[in-house]
Design a protein around this ligand. Structure first.
Ligand code: GAP
Length: 527
C-alpha cells in the first residue's frame, strides 16, 4: 500500500481489539471516553518500547553516542510520584495556565476544542452565515461546504470561501455561526478556558476543600525539576547530565479522540537534560537529531516520520526567542496527509528551575567547579548558575500507536489478510515454536526447543508454543500478532535434525539445524 493511501484506522482498531493489543477501558460497563487498556500483546509491545527507550537513554547514555563535548552522555533515572504538593503545579504554571479553550453546542450538547474548529463563510460576504467544522477532518469540511452552498444557493468550491479559526471570530460572528453537528445558527457558546488537570483530595477527611486538594500530574517533567538538587547532592553527576523518567500522566482533555492518540491517561518518557546556558544550543541539536534517529531505528523510518522545527510564533511560554523547539511527527492514518506529534524536543531555558527556586525559596543554582576565572593556583574559581534544560519529551502511547499503524500491512495473499511488520526489537512475540502435528514425536522435540528459547530470550518478549489447529492457521495468527520468526518441527526434524524457519515479512522458509535455532534467533534479535 502506498504512503499516499492512508491505512484504514477502523481496520487497525479492529485488529487491535481482535488480537488483544488495545481494549476500551471499562468496556463491559460501556467504556469511558479517553481511557484505553492494553491487552496481552499490547502490554508487551508497550513494555518493549519503554524498555528500548530506558536501555538506550538511561543505561547506555544515548546508546553509547558521545555528546557534543566529546564525552559520554550521562543520564540517571528517577521515579517520582503522580501526586505532589499542589505548589509544584502553581510554580510550574499548570494551575494558572494549563488551559484549553472550550466551546459547547447548546443544541447538540457536543463539546469542542475552540482551537480545533475552523470556520468558513462566503468570500467577502460580511454578515453572512458562517459554518464551523472540525479542523483536519475532510468529512466535516465537505459537510460544512455543502451546508454553506445550500445557504447561499450556489455551488461553492474551496477558493470561494474565507477560512479562519473559531478563536478569531468576534461575538457578532459567533452569533451567526452554525456548529459542526447542528443546523441552527448561534448555538455555540463563547470559548472559555478549561483547566486540564485532574483534581483529587488527599487524606481521610470528609471536607473536600482547597486545603486538601491535589492534582494528578499532567506531565512527568516537574517531578524531575523538583529533585534536581537532590540528584546533584546525592550522586556523582555533574552538569551536563540528564534525569529521565517514564510514567503515567493525566490530562482531562476536552476532546479525547483518534484512538489512544489523545487520551486522558497516558504514559510519557521524558528526559530533562541540564547544561550550561552557553552550551544549550549544541545540546539541543544533539538531542533533536539523536531522538529522530532513535524513532527511525525502532522501525518508524520512511516518509511517515518527519522532524518539524517550530516557527517563532509557536514558541512555548518558557522558551525565549532563539531557544529551539521541534517536534518529531508521524503521519497517522487519521492525520494524513498531515502529521501528529510523537515527541517534542524543547530548549526550556532555566524557566522551570527558576520558577521552583522562586516559589520554594530553595536555591536551585549549580556550582560548576570547572568554570569561572582562574585563581592564583591556576585552578578555576568555579561558577554558580541555573542550568538550562533541553527536554526530549515522548509519548509512550503515541509511540505504540505509531508503531501499530506503521506495522499494519494489508496483504490479500495471506490467510490472515494482514500482517504486523514490527521491528523484531519491539515485537511482542519474538518467536513461535510449532510441532507440525501433535503426534509422531514432534511435540517431544518442540517443547524442549520452546523452553530453551524462552529461557534465553523470554526477558525480551513472548516465546509462543502452539500445537492446536492447522499450521496455516497458526502462521496466520502469528502474522496478525507480528511474530517475526516461526520454527516448525516436522518429519525432517526427526530424520535430519533440522527445523523450518518461516520469515514473517518475506514468507521465505529455510531449514536450519535444531541445535542452531537459539543462535539464529539471538543474531536476529541483536542480542
Ligand atoms: N513536559 C513537556 C510535555 O509534557 P507535551 O508536548 O505536552 O510536553 C509530551 O507532551 C508528549 O506527551 C507529546 O509529544 C505526546 O506524545 C504525549 N502526550 C501529550 N498529551 C497526550 C495525550 N493527551 N494523550 C497521549 N499522549 C499525549
Amino acid at each position: 500500500m502506498s504512503d499516499a493511501q492512508p491505512k484504514s484506522m477502523d481496520e487497525i482498531m479492529a485488529l487491535c481489539k481482535r488480537r488483544g493489543f488495545v481494549y476500551p477501558a471499562s468496556e463491559i460497563y460501556g467504556g469511558i471516553n479517553g481511557f484505553w487498556d492494553y491487552g496481552p500483546l499490547g502490554a508487551q509491545l508497550k513494555k518493549n518500547l519503554r524498555d528500548a527507550w530506558w536501555r538506550d537513554v538511561v543505561m547506555m547514555g544515548c546508546d553509547g553516542l558521545d555528546g557534543p563535548d566529546g564525552e559520554a552522555v550521562e543520564i540517571v533515572p528517577l521515579d517520582s510520584c503522580i501526586i505532589q504538593n499542589p505548589k509544584v503545579w502553581e510554580a510550574s504554571g499548570h494551575v494558572g495556565g494549563f488551559n484549553d479553550p472550550m466551546v459547547d453546542c447548546r443544541e447538540s450538547k457536543s463539546r469542542y476544542r475552540a482551537d480545533h474548529l475552523m470556520c468558513m463563510g462566503k468570500k467577502g460576504d460580511k454578515g453572512g452565515q458562517i459554518y464551523a467544522f472540525i479542523e483536519n477532518d475532510d468529512a466535516s469540511f465537505d459537510a460544512a461546504l455543502k451546508k454553506l452552498s445550500k445557504y447561499v444557493k450556489q455551488d461553492l468550491a474551496k477558493g470561494d470561501i474565507d477560512l479562519c479559526p473559531l478563536t478569531d471570530l468576534s461575538l457578532e460572528e459567533l452569533a451567526i455561526t452554525v456548529g459542526p453537528d447542528t443546523k441552527t445558527v448561534g448555538t455555540l457558546t463563547e470559548p472559555r478556558a478549561f483547566n486540564l488537570m485532574f483534581k483529587t483530595f488527599v487524606g481521610a477527611t470528609s471536607a473536600q476543600t482547597d486545603e486538601n486538594a491535589a492534582y494528578l500530574r499532567p506531565e512527568t517533567a516537574q517531578g524531575i525539576f523538583i529533585h534536581f538538587k537532590n540528584v546533584v547532592d546525592t550522586t556523582r553527576v555533574s552538569v551536563p547530565f540528564g534525569i529521565a523518567q517514564t510514567g503515567k500522566s493525566f490530562r482531562n482533555e476536552v476532546t479525547p479522540r483518534n484512538f489512544t492518540f489523545r487520551s486522558r491517561e497516558f504514559e510519557q518518557m521524558e528526559i530533562e537534560f541540564f547544561c550550561h546556558p552557553d552550551d544549550a544550543k549544541q545540546w539541543y541539536v544533539f538531542w533533536r537529531d539523536w531522538r529522530m534517529q532513535w524513532w527511525k531505528d525502532i522501525g518508524l523510518g520512511g516518509e511517515n516520520l518527519i522532524l518539524r522545527e517550530h516557527g517563532s510564533d509557536e514558541l512555548a511560554h518558557y522558551a525565549k526567542d532563539g531557544a529551539g523547539t521541534s517536534d518529531i511527527e508521524y503521519r497517522f492514518p487519521f492525520t494524513a496527509p498531515g502529521y501528529g506529534e510523537l515527541e517534542g524536543i524543547a530548549h526550556r531555558t532555566d524557566f522551570d528551575l527558576r520558577q521552583h527556586q522562586e516559589h520554594s525559596k530553595k536555591k536551585m543554582e549549580y556550582h560548576d567547579k570547572t568554570r569561572g576565572e582562574l585563581a592564583k593556583n591556576g585552578q578555576p574559581k568555579g561558577e554558580w548558575y541555573l542550568p538550562h534544560v533541553i527536554e526530549p519529551s515522548a509519548g509512550l502511547d503515541r509511540g505504540v500507536l505509531a508503531i501499530l499503524c506503521e506495522a499494519f500491512t494489508p496483504d490479500p495473499e495471506r490467510a490472515s489478510g494482514v500482517y504486523m511488520k514490527f521491528h523484531p526489537r519491539v515485537a511482542p512475540i519474538k518467536a513461535a515454536v510449532f510441532p507440525l502435528v501433535k503426534k509422531d514425536g514432534m511435540p517431544e522435540l518442540a517443547r524442549p526447543l520452546f523452553k530453551e528459547l524462552r529461557a534465553r530470550f523470554g526477558h525480551l518478549g513472548t516465546i509462543e508454543y502452539d500445537e492446536k489447529q492447522s499450521i496455516g492457521k497458526r502462521y496466520a495468527r502469528m502474522d496478525e500478532a507480528g511474530c517475526p520468526f516461526c520454527f516448525t518441527i516436522d518429519s525432517e526434524t526427526l530424520s535430519e535434525g533440522t527445523v523450518t524457519v518461516r520469515h514473517r515479512d518475506t514468507l521465505d522458509q529455510e531449514r536450519i539445524a535444531i541445535g542452531g535455532v537459539g543462535d539464529f534467533l539471538g543474531e536476529k534479535l541483536g542480542v
